[in-house]
Write a protein that binds this ligand. Sequence first.
Ligand code: DQA
Length: 144
Amino acid sequence: MSLVLVLSGPNLGRLGSREPDIYGSVDYAGLVELVSAKANALGQTAEVRQTDSEAELIGWLHEAVDREADVVLNPAAFTHYSYAVRDAAVQVTKSGKKLIEVHLSNPHTREEFRHKSVISGVATGVIAGFGVDSYLLALSQLAE
Ligand code: DQA
């Protein structure tokens, strides 16, 4: 079974109550359920985690390299400025595993500071704007 780490960054634990007009009404526990069910259906082992800490997220990316896992990553606000997360993400793709950057919203339709991702340049691909389905589409792509 292929291993996928499904990692979400800061404030995504607040899903459901955080700006539901932008991020939808599914809460984080609901996201975990939907992602786990999809991974099961695709024959993947998914570990689904969220952190508000940049250091913890970087540690999980190192773990993905060491465990030869693919990654679905929603870096949240780190997307726009964290060179440290980028430097960790590139280790995943350079190791030969895939890293798909996902976003619930489409950052390009929002404030200008969200138009730039420092992660996209080292990601295998990017899926944005489909709510929780962005995560599920990433799992489907990894199963191809
Ligand atoms: C987000 C978009 C980011 O700009 C924002 O900081 C987030 C969530 C998304 O999933 O749409 O926290 O990554």
